[in-house]
Design a protein. Structure first.
Length: 129
């Protein structure tokens, strides 16, 4: 049994299968999930677990070389925007409609219980060497 890190076996296993350049969508409870990517749904109740909690946990285990979010996040959800800006100084911003289109190419979708709008980010996996 693991004693640290991500304990959810489905999420831990999905992360182990990722490679350089793969996309991971971390999304709020309301984001439409496209057909295709593997989905690990962590949502329990509205707000649980939060977008920030899940993102922090993922970033302790993933190498990320880029990230993209909806430009609408800046005005509609300043708290989530601040979280993303702190982690990703070069965060790419696109219209929400475009982010939804791009999410279809993700290899993994991690759905949180976040109940505030636009708390979504598409991560691009890097390599540790």
């Amino acid at each position: 049994m693991k004693k640290a890190g991500i304990l959810n076996r489905h999420l831990s296993g999905a992360l182990a299968e990722l490679g350089h350049g793969d996309g991971v969508l971390v999304c709020d409870a309301g984001m439409p999930i496209p057909d295709g990517p593997r989905v690990v749904d962590l949502a329990f109740r509205a707000g649980v677990p939060s977008f920030a909690e899940v993102l922090d946990g993922l970033l302790t285990e993933l190498v990320v070389e880029g990230a993209m979010a909806a430009e609408e996040i800046r005005h509609a959800n300043p708290a989530a925007s601040s979280v993303l800006s702190a982690h990703f100084p070069d965060l790419g911003l696109v219209p929400h409609k475009r982010l939804k289109e791009l999410s279809g190419g993700a290899r993994l979708v991690v759905r949180t219980g976040e109940a505030r709008p636009y708390a979504n980010v598409l991560l691009r996996c890097g390599v540790f060497f």
